[in-house]
Design a protein around this ligand. Structure first.
Ligand code: KG4
Ligand code: ZN
Length: 335
């Protein structure tokens, strides 16, 4: 069978990214232009700045992705693009770019759900991984526990009631003065802290697979305020490590319980928080205990990238999914 080459574009938040993916599993290039340094000045992503920066970078990033893969637009079979969820102005840049190339080169256009992209990141380095499997998606905007029934087919078991896991990391990091983006910084300083120094409460929810992180976030803020009022010394590393433990314990407990209950012998994690070292370690140990095969992408494929979008686009393309010129950015696109 003939190779299928897909150019994928991702611009849903603060990374402008493009990638060329062969046959859904081989990454020929993976170019990411990060705006993190820019948004750090403001302590978080500024949507207007993100959109402008995407416009400035998108052509160059696409050209680099093609050059690195050693292909031209004429070699491609389809264009894949994230069309939601995400920041509307940011998404629009990628969607417009994809539509322009698709129109000019008469190539099929395949819109991709950003979360389906994150899940698909697991296929890149695990040629043996195929649905069905359990997947925990933990990113800056989303926390979902799903059964991946088939490529692009999900049964949602649980989701967050309030903050996303990554959002909680970012907010706590800001509170203890670590800056943006908080996740990687908490991960790092936690290595010098005692995870048992402070016991932060875990949310008890009616639905066993739903999540809530606003409680633990508030508990951290209360702890900091109490220390300040009582003139006690604040140990950032201990707070970070204890907070991280509370979040990781909850994520591991629920994901493993769900896998067991649904008789899944494979469990994958995805999204920016999936690069957290404590989460990877704890999930690995729990899965070993329960004889569940554990899958996780390399950190570069956990945070936003276009390679994962290209993988997801390939499976949608194979199913016959084609989008028209009316494809639009959908900021709150449902899974
Ligand atoms: O998947 P992603 O790049 O963007 C979204 O789709 O939201 O996730 C970004 C989130 C941020 O909240 C960031 O703080 C978090 O992932 N993150 C981490 C780590 N690396 C990134 N959280 C915890 N530990 C990390 N090592
Ligand atoms: Zn993402």
């Amino acid at each position: 069978e003939k190779d299928v080459l897909i150019l994928a574009i991702e611009s849903s938040c603060d990374e402008t990214a493009a990638s060329v993916v062969k046959n859904g599993r081989t990454i020929l290039s993976n170019v990411i232009s990060s705006q993190i340094a820019l948004h750090t000045l403001y302590g978080g992503v500024v949507p207007e700045i993100a959109s402008r920066k995407h416009i400035e970078k998108i052509n160059q990033v696409v050209e680099e992705a093609l050059a690195e893969a050693n292909v031209t637009l004429d070699d491609l079979d389809a264009i894949g693009v994230t069309y939601g969820p995400g920041l509307v102005g940011a998404l629009l840049v990628g969607v417009a770019e994809a539509k322009a190339i698709s129109y000019a080169k008469k190539l099929p256009l395949v819109g991709v759900h950003h979360i389906e992209g994150h899940v698909s990141a697991n296929y890149i380095e695990h040629p043996d991984l195929e649905p069905p499997f359990m997947c925990l998606i933990v990113s800056g905007g989303h926390t979902h526990l799903v059964i991946v029934k088939d490529y692009g087919e999900f049964e949602i078991l649980g989701r967050t009631r309030d903050d996303a896991a990554g959002e909680a990391f970012d907010k706590v990091a800001r509170a203890i003065g670590l800056g943006y983006p908080g996740g990687p910084k908490i991960d790092k300083v936690s290595k010098e802290g005692n995870p048992d120094a402070i016991v932060f409460p875990k949310a008890k929810l009616e639905d066993p697979y739903d999540f809530s992180f606003s409680g633990v976030k508030s508990a951290v803020l209360n702890h900091i305020n109490r220390c300040k009022m009582q003139g006690e010394e604040i140990c950032e590393a201990d707070i970070a490590a204890s907070f991280q433990k509370a979040v990781v314990d909850t994520l591991v407990e629920k994901a493993v319980k769900a896998a067991k209950e649904h008789h899944m012998d494979k469990l994958a994690i995805a999204g920016g928080v999936a690069s957290n070292s404590a989460l990877r370690q704890a999930m690995k140990e729990a899965c070993e205990r329960e004889h569940i095969q554990f899958y996780y992408p390399s950190p570069i494929f956990c945070t936003d990238n276009a390679a994962m979008i290209g993988v997801a686009a390939y499976y949608e393309y194979k199913k016959g999914v084609r989008h028209g010129w009316d494809l639009n950015a959908v900021p709150n696109l449902k899974l």
